[in-house]
Design a protein around this ligand. Structure first.
Ligand code: PLP
Length: 287
């Protein structure tokens, strides 16, 4: 594997960053995860747009213009001879003296890795996965805005630990007011009476690229969409539930806190939106 490190491709074993990098010392950095299908990055411009948003939000000047970052992402997939890939770009504040002032770090560190994408087990899609509503609350937007895709991930890791202890595949965090926010690495949707519900951005969530496309596809299909705050009890009463992210696309959720969702099987709206998502991937690949 060749890793992009500050403008060069280096073999994995030589891809090292300083122990004084503020990404390592303080979790001071941002990242994006993208998926490549057939050698093409899917929705790359949306991920780049969010990368810029995250950079601005932490007062980090990106080391390259966005179009050149896009080129470096594509090049990393290409030099590794990959078609279906999991691609991650991480930009940290860079090496500097110990201390919190970003001015201590003159040059950010930019790393891109790409590895072969391995499909999730088929039964996750056929039978659905389980989620647990965890005690750990999603960061308050006035403390650490969830809209920043930052490498400071302890909030999500604490929630993940709880989910693992509960035997669940994904942990669902509530916001500071007790409304459903999002998963540790995913956005959440529910379906009730053929209407699609998902927490609004004001709830304090990451504006998922996949979430955005699902909202667009649902609107195009004439499905009524309600973006608003709702309590966890509404999730439990849903007919269907699913989670989304760039790698899992649309993953049915069939158990919440050990109880079945609806019939306990992935529902028709989930299947319809997953199919619409995959159609969109195929359409983008052709153009
Ligand atoms: N929410 C969180 C906290 C995430 O970490 C992620 C992705 O990793 C998502 C939502 C989904 O975002 P996307 O659809 O852009 O992958």
């Amino acid at each position: 594997m060749l890793v992009y490190l500050n403008g060069e491709f280096v073999p994995k074993q030589n891809a090292m960053v300083s122990v004084f990098d503020h990404g390592f010392l303080y979790g001071d950095g941002i990242y994006e995860t993208l998926r490549a299908y057939g050698g093409s990055l899917f929705l790359a411009e949306k991920h780049l747009f969010r990368l810029q948003h995250s950079a601005d939000a932490i007062s980090l000047k990106l080391p390259l213009p966005l179009d050149r970052i896009g080129g470096a992402l594509t090049e990393t997939v290409r030099v590794n001879g990959l078609r279906d890939a999991y691609v991650r770009i991480q930009i940290s504040r860079g090496p500097g003296e110990i201390g919190l002032d970003p001015a201590l770090c003159p040059a950010p560190t930019m790393v891109i890795t790409a590895k072969q994408f391995t499909d999730y087990p088929q039964n996750y899609y056929e039978q659905g996965v389980s989620v647990a509503v965890v005690e750990t609350r999603r960061n308050h937007p006035l403390a650490l805005p969830p809209s920043i895709k930052g490498t400071n991930f302890l909030n999500n890791i604490l929630a993940k630990i709880e989910a693992i202890e509960a035997g669940a595949y994904e942990g669902i965090m509530l916001n500071w007011e007790g409304f459903v926010a999002e998963g540790t690495i995913s956005n959440i949707f529910s379906v009730r009476d053929s209407e699609l519900y998902t927490p609004g951005l004001e709830v304090g969530i990451l504006e998922g690229v996949t979430r955005g496309l699902i909202l667009e596809l649902a609107a195009r299909a004439g499905i009524a969409v309600r973006e608003r705050a709702f309590p966890p009890e509404e999730l439990s009463m849903a007919d269907e539930c699913f989670i989304t992210n760039t790698t899992m696309e649309v993953m049915p959720v069939t158990r919440i806190d050990g109880r079945p969702v609806g019939t306990g099987r992935p529902g028709p709206m989930t299947a319809r939106l997953l199919a619409a998502y995959r159609n969109e991937v195929a359409r983008c690949l052709k153009t």
